[in-house]
Design a protein. Structure first.
Length: 120
């Protein structure tokens, strides 16, 4: 397998699958909240989402040697999943409808971060 093929299968494809899964799971969660008339829950998901994203910075702190706790590989995996889950909560908070302009402004402002995830 060539270097380009390995790069694509190990880095690019999983990233786009995770990004697509984020979009699908967001729409599914928001649709389920609407279906079961639990839309009010979505209003309170923004703060836990932001806290998960902030908590995911432990890897970055370790990488820059600002903290010494934890193993980098474990922190990287935790960073990836916490940032993904936090992004999911923020997106569900914003909702698939466009009633709240401030939530969608935040989503569009964060899009460059989500779309450049593999670049670090």
């Amino acid at each position: 397998m060539s270097l380009k093929a390995r790069l694509f299968s190990r880095e690019v494809l999983p990233f786009y699958l995770a990004l697509g899964a984020l979009a699908v799971v967001t729409v599914l969660c928001d649709a389920l909240l609407h279906y079961f008339n639990l839309v009010w829950i979505g209003r309170y998901l923004g703060i836990p989402g932001v806290l998960l994203i902030l908590g995911s910075f432990g890897y970055s702190l370790r990488k820059r040697k600002l903290i010494s706790a934890g193993r980098p590989v474990q922190l990287l995996r935790l960073h990836e999943w916490m940032a993904w889950a936090g992004s999911l909560l923020v997106l569900v908070h914003a909702g698939i409808h466009f009633n709240a302009i401030l939530g969608w402004l935040a989503v569009w402002r964060c899009w460059p971060c989500w779309s450049t995830w593999p670049a670090g």
